[in-house]
Design a protein around this ligand. Structure first.
Ligand SMILES: Cc1cc2nc3c(=O)[nH]c(=O)nc-3n(C[C@H](O)[C@H](O)[C@H](O)COP(=O)(O)OP(=O)(O)OC[C@H]3O[C@@H](n4cnc5c(N)ncnc54)[C@H](O)[C@@H]3O)c2cc1C
Length: 455
């Protein structure tokens, strides 16, 4: 039986950042990562997607100096993004949020980023059990042997790991988080609010080569109002060379009979179920480029998890607070910290992980909930507000939104000049955004508070 100060379940960006900061602040920190093989990595590692996008101000939210991000993980500098409705497009050249990173953002090699984070954690003294899963956690909250509490983790290898502090970083599937936290609930439970099969979305992506003449290597593209379901949209993220990730996000378990098929660009009258991810992507490409054939966008089969494709769950929910009095912090995707609204979450994962690791190491974990909220309040309030405002939008509403409030949507910032320019409908949209955001200020976006745990 191994005894450590801080045990971390999951070695993605959140868990690794927690291990890094815990070790840097003098704790004995161990990460247990179940370990996923990737063709582009020579050992088992975390369950990384192939590539990812980072916006300028997310670098600050991660608490990194732009210089710290290694050049060799950056695939592309980004100049902007296009939000495309059925007939209106909103081009965006700036996030409009103060940032020290000089460009709009960058596309990066996510596996490389994860490996770099692990290198930082190991250099600081953290250790890894990779290829072993945590199958159970039992917490004993009575102090013993100078420890405030003990958490006993059972691993799939049969070994046990005992820690004073527990960081739950198992991502949106919450393989361990739900039961570990429900040790401390009796009324409303974590499985009530964060059940992955109810609150997660599914994300599917393909790595395809884009013909030279169609390539826009420095822009992200999102199509809204093309497929049914709240926060359901296809996107294109440029990677290296001519390769792009073409993907989509959609809620799990949609019923096609709930939608008018004629309204949605990517549905067909004879669909008897919601199309599968690959079918949606084919239809998107046919719609955008009628003069081309799908074979003009060949699948890059040596990328991704399976023959050029990847399917992942993605959390699309509001975050929860952690039972810090039990010496437990939930971080990143496990706490509901990814926003399917813009497919982003690495920044929240890194920052919550860094905070949890540092506070666990310094015996200050009870400050965790306040600290992550101080650091990320604006980001959570903005994402939750936007996701709420557009929850029931159909194609017409997306066009209307993109046509009238081009400086409000997806940036959360606007000027009075643009409101005046967009007339009454722009004014209404700003008013709706502001009144929704008011509900979420001061931690109102949290969906499970620390006071609800029986501690
Ligand atoms: C298709 C897709 C595209 C995305 N694109 C972007 C993007 O462009 N930009 C961005 O910022 N974010 C993006 N995200 C979101 C981002 O990937 C997540 O927010 C981020 O990975 C969350 O990090 P995490 O460490 O909390 O969880 P994860 O990265 O999910 O890591 C959890 C880790 O825990 C391990 N694990 C789980 N259970 C156990 C167990 N029982 N025992 C041991 N180990 C376990 C898993 O193997 C995994 O490695 C995307 C997500 C998806 C699905």
């Amino acid at each position: 039986m191994e005894r450590v100060d801080v045990a971390i379940v999951g070695g993605g960006p959140a868990g690794t950042s927690a291990a890094w900061k815990a070790a840097e602040h003098g704790a004995d920190a161990v990460v247990v990562e179940k370990g996923v093989p990737r063709a582009d990595r020579d050992r088992l590692g975390p369950d990384s997607t192939d590539a990812a996008g980072m916006l300028d101000y997310w670098v600050d939210l991660m608490d990194f100096d732009p210089e710290e991000i290694p050049e060799d993980i950056i695939l592309r500098r980004l100049d902007g993004a296009d939000f495309i409705g059925p007939s209106k497009t909103l081009p965006v050249e700036t996030t409009n949020i103060d940032a020290s990173y000089p460009d709009f953002g960058f596309a990066f090699d996510r596996a490389g980023f994860d490996d770099w984070l692990r290198g930082q954690a190991e250099s600081a003294g953290a250790s890894y059990h990779v290829g072993d899963s945590v199958t159970d956690v039992e917490s004993d909250l009575s102090p013993s042997n100078g420890r405030e509490q003990t958490h006993t983790l059972t691993l799939s290898s049969g070994e046990e790991l005992v820690a004073e502090y527990l960081v739950l970083a198992d991502g949106p599937q919450r393989t361990v988080t739900t039961d570990a936290l429900d040790q401390f609930t009796s009324g409303r439970t974590i499985s009530d609010v964060l059940n992955p099969t109810e609150v997660n979305h599914i994300a599917y992506q393909e790595h395809r080569k884009i013909p030279d003449e169609l390539l826009e290597p420095h822009r992200l593209k999102f199509w809204w109002g093309y497929m049914p379901g709240h926060t359901a949209y296809p996107w294109v993220f440029p990677n290296d060379g001519n390769v792009a990730r073409i993907g989509l996000t959609m809620p799990i378990g949609l019923d096609i009979d709930d939608f008018d098929k004629s309204e949605w660009v990517l549905l067909r009258e004879d669909d008897d179920g919601i199309p599968r991810g690959g079918e949606y992507i084919e239809r998107l490409l046919e719609h955008l480029y009628p003069d081309y054939d799908i074979d003009d966008f060949p699948l890059v089969e040596d990328r991704g998890k399976q023959g050029g494709t990847e399917t992942y769950p993605i959390s699309s929910t509001r975050p929860i607070e952690s039972p810090t009095k039990a010496g437990v912090a939930v971080v990143g995707g496990a706490m509901g910290g990814t926003s399917a609204f813009h497919e982003g979450g690495d920044h929240v994962a890194v920052r919550t992980g860094k905070i949890a690791g540092r506070l666990a190491a310094t015996g200050d974990l009870q400050r965790y909930n306040d600290t992550w909220q101080d650091a990320l309040e604006d980001e959570f309030a903005r994402n939750v507000t936007l996701a709420d405002v557009v929850h029931d939008y159909g194609p017409a509403e997306w066009d209307h939104a993109f046509g009238t409030a081009d400086s409000l949507l997806n940036r959360g910032e606007y000027s009075w000049w643009t409101i005046l320019k967009s007339g009454l409908s722009g004014y209404r949209m700003v008013k709706q955004y502001n009144s929704t955001k008011d509900q979420y200020r001061n931690g109102g976006y949290v969906q499970f508070e620390e006071s609800e745990y029986d501690l």
